[in-house]
Design a protein around this ligand. Sequence first.
Ligand code: ZN
Length: 466
Amino acid sequence: MAKLTFYGATEGVTGSAYLLETESATILLECGLIQGRHEEEKANYEPFPFNVNKLDAVVLSHAHLDHSGRLPKLVADGYDGPVYMTYPTCELLEIMFKDAASLQRRDTEWENKRRRRAGKPEIDPIYTIDDVEIALQASVGVNYGHSREIADGIEVCFRDAGHILGSSIVEIFISEQGVRKKLVFSGDLGNSYAALLRDPDTIKDADVVLMESTYGDRNHRPMDETLDEFESIIEEASKNGGNILIPSFAVGRTQEIIFRLGELYQKGKLRHQAVYLDSPMAIAVTEVYHRFQDVFSVEDVSTLRKGKTGSLHTFLPVLRYTSSTEESMALNMIAEGAIIIAGSGMCNGGRIRHHLKHNLWRRNAHVVIVGYQAIGTPGRALVDGADTFHLGQEEIAVKATIHTLGGFSAHASQSQLLDWVSNFNEPHPRLYLVHGESDAKVVLKEQLSQQGWSAEIPRPGEQIAF
Ligand SMILES: [Zn+2]
């Protein structure tokens, strides 16, 4: 019998980690960072709840840090084996880990200054750039749809999850004493209405399925309504000369927005506005997307070809990269009627704050919110109608129009999750709901039971055998 232990993403959506043990091998599926409140994030400093030295291999579904971000810590704690993932995930991880390590170094220096003043002992970062380099060297790229033996009696195959570039549904085949079993982990499943990537692959057979349930309790706003609203905001800003600021996440959302702006450009609806991508990380990620267009949806690749060479750059020729800090600062002197895409996605850091300072007080400016805004973040305050925005010591009046566009989600909605799981043959595999807040999981479990599924919601540390 194989044993599977749920070590993360059981009571929330972060810190994904599942340990698979057979007679001959031990595999870690996912090694995600715990993200959330300060108290919860302290758990990232704790030792892993399993023997790191016993692991034969690690498998990652995609590059988002809640699925991958503790890998450098695993390496720092002694893991020295291979880490399997798709090729685009290898490239995205390099960008994300280096960014995460430099943020950690900065945060740790700040915290240690405070601790020295308070006479408290200093802390170490969760991991350093050296750990990141070692983790990246351990990365092994695998093509979608190719089975690969990763340990004695264990094969892995990555299927397209359509969530971000390189994201996968992980199939794990386990052979023990002449019996073959199959575990399927959905990873994060993509929204089939999102641009650029393909729909999640359908899988028909499995003994055990772990399915994400981020949007288990709701459906997204229809994409056509979202796109109509986006177009009308751009039209209005074009008439009154105001800037449009789009706080955006570097991976996935930014490239989708560039594609949608490209569609408007190609329709002749974006003639007077330049588009600035003002984020070194988002620029690097967009270049990785550019290199892996072979995994884009066939329909969107043919749409891109209207831009002749079929790249995001030719599809949206008014796109400009502003890499350096000087170029970014200069935008506020020269930009009028510009569209500025910058991080961070929830406005709690990054260059977007600088642009908010220069635009929020202007009545003709627009802020377009295209992603989820967690409670307590500055982005959420804007969505909730705050009159003022705090930037360090300065208070900025909010006179710009704040728009919230609900359709640009990178996750499958409730109905898409139900559709995906309905592809499994009868008798149904054992189904476990992971990666969701508890309300979302409870609602999804109820919906599934109406369709003849009895899904389980695993507890943290729960172990199953199959
Ligand atoms: Zn994800």
